[in-house]
Design a protein around this ligand. Structure first.
Ligand code: SF4
Length: 253
């Protein structure tokens, strides 16, 4: 059964949430001309955001992290985006020497050995390439939603990251049903792994399918305690939602 059949559902306020997400992106592009990038994980939420950016021709670059550990189905979305939307996707890879040294010292399966080694792997394969993606930018866009986990329950539509950049989260108040309703309505390309009960897709060794009733992010780093389940990409800062933004958002936050 496809993810669209399973999850897409139009609920009250859906059109308002779509309009608000677009408003957040328009504001983001206007406030950070030439200095903003969507850091896409190529997951369902990020595909929605890329579609909004392309559909409304917003001047927001698209960048992704090729960790070297992604599923083939995930990597295939890069040319799919370029073909569908005519947009270039910036691809950031880890420093080759750092990966070789880490694997030589700790092995291919080091992420299962300790949280420290797992976080070191994420630092090499994700955080350092992300820092290159963001180094000339003052803002970025993510697909974070409050519903994704307890840790993300207070995600704001815009906030400062730990480096003082503005991070925009236009889907902060979207439900999983909203994401799939948008994908269905606009025929957005998506990762076929979502059809196999992978709600949250990261690197292949660190992602698994979930069972009915399991928590949304329980398929990520499932061998670790709940509190450790972030890779360090999303370090919270202060909310920067403006009053104008909040007034629009308030009805469904
Ligand atoms: S998610 Fe797993 S494979 Fe990917 S960078 Fe982190 S530890 Fe390494």
């Amino acid at each position: 059964m496809s993810a669209i059949t399973l999850y897409a559902r139009e609920t009250a306020g859906f059109e308002d949430r779509v309009a608000n997400a677009l408003a957040v992106l328009q504001r983001a592009a206007a406030e950070h001309p030439g200095q903003i990038v969507q850091a896409t994980s190529l997951g369902a939420e990020d595909m929605v955001i890329t579609d909004l950016i392309a559909r409304h021709q917003l001047p927001i670059a698209i960048g992704t992290l090729q960790t070297g550990m992604l599923h083939a189905e995930t990597t295939a979305l890069i040319p799919a985006i370029e073909a569908r939307y005519g947009l270039d996707v910036e691809v950031y890879e880890p420093a080759h020497e750092s990966v070789i040294t880490f694997v030589r010292k700790n092995g291919e399966r080091a992420m299962y050995d300790s949280i420290e080694l797992r976080k070191s792997c994420c630092a090499i394969r994700k955080l350092e390439p992300l820092s290159r993606m963001l180094q000339s930018r003052s803002a970025w866009v993510t697909g974070m939603r409050r519903e994704q986990s307890n840790d993300r329950g207070t995600v704001a539509f815009s906030e400062l990251d730990d480096k003082g950049r503005t991070k925009f989260n236009p889907l902060a108040d979207w439900s999983w049903a909203d994401v799939w309703q948008y994908i269905a309505s606009h025929a957005v390309p998506y990762n076929p792994l979502h059809d196999q009960f992978f709600p949250s897709i990261g690197c292949a060794p660190c992602t698994r399918a979930i069972a009915v009733g399991e928590d949304f992010r329980s398929g990520r780093w499932w061998w670790e305690a709940e509190g450790a389940k972030e890779c360090g990409l999303h370090v919270h800062g202060a909310s920067t939602d403006t009053s104008a933004q909040v007034s629009m958002i308030g009805s469904h936050a």
